[in-house]
Design a binder for this molecule. Structure first.
Ligand SMILES: [Zn+2]
Length: 270
């Protein structure tokens, strides 16, 4: 009411006191009408989804509200390409005890390094790329998921893509420029996880696009996690020496050996 009074023309003959009385009378009238029509008395008050920031998303010029951060996280999760079961694959859920006893100290160390990597990416600090090498079922995808979940929780963008999906995307992009956005996301995401670099033949065009992507990310110091079951020489053979050395150069190589963890898991369940 004070603001309303201030907004009145200065030549108004209503004095301050008369205004107050008029306002009080109006309020009584409103309340009577509300009762009459059974309207809740707070009907005219504004309801915010988030009262903290009044739905602006910001608490200050540089301070995001938790609702905006959550929205960003949800959006990032949605775009991440993580399958539903991968959301459960966190560092906390990683079971070192499922590995053979002699492999556990090594796996503990791998786990520590992966956490360190994830936390650095989550904080936007520079890191060396991470390359997992090993057979099927040794935890490469689990560790990649755990890294992804940590980075996503920090509100950063992660794209998880298998090489097969990536090549499919590149093929479609060749014929349909609508997929340019998807490729841009692969280039710009805070973290790119490239899973399952296998031995299948890759076309010349796809190799060029793959090199452009990898090179762009390395030049811009945008981290990647790559997993493959191929040896160095096989990697060079399938993906060319140029891509292999770009991917592996200055990357931290984690070699996972041993029994298929899924077999161990099955046996543990009986
Ligand atoms: Zn808010």
């Amino acid at each position: 009411m004070a603001r309303l009074a201030a907004g009145l023309p200065s030549r108004s003959r209503l004095t301050g006191r008369a205004l107050e009385e008029r306002a009080a009378a109006l309020e009584q009238e409103w309340n009577a009408r509300f009762r009459e029509y059974q309207v809740p008395p707070d009907y005219l008050e504004v309801w915010w989804d988030c009262p903290r920031c009044r739905d602006t998303g910001w608490l200050g010029p540089d301070e995001k509200c938790s609702c905006l951060r959550q929205e960003e996280i949800d959006a990032a999760y949605h775009l991440s390409g993580l399958a539903p079961e991968m959301l459960q694959q966190t560092f906390e859920a990683f079971r070192v005890d499922l590995y053979p006893e002699e492999a556990r100290p090594f796996m503990e160390q791998v786990l520590r390094e992966c956490k360190e990597f994830a936390l650095r990416v989550a904080r936007g600090l520079p890191v060396d790329n991470l390359v997992f090498r090993g057979g099927v079922g040794l935890g490469k995808t689990f560790l990649s998921s755990a890294i992804a979940n940590t980075v996503l929780q920090a509100g950063r963008t992660v794209i998880y893509v298998t090489l097969a999906d990536l090549l499919d995307l590149i093929r479609r992009y060749k014929f349909d420029t609508d997929d340019e956005d998807a490729l841009a996301m692969l280039r710009e995401a805070d973290l790119l996880i490239l899973d399952d670099l296998g031995g299948e033949k890759v076309s010349e065009f796809s190799l060029q696009e793959l090199f452009a992507l990898v090179n762009h990310r390395i030049v811009h110091r945008l981290p990647m996690v790559v997993s493959t079951n191929l040896s160095w020489s096989a990697l060079e053979e399938v993906y060319t020496a140029r891509i292999a050395s770009r991917l592996m150069g200055s990357a931290r190589l984690v070699k996972l050996d041993g029994e298929d963890i899924r077999l161990v898991l099955k046996r543990a369940r009986g």
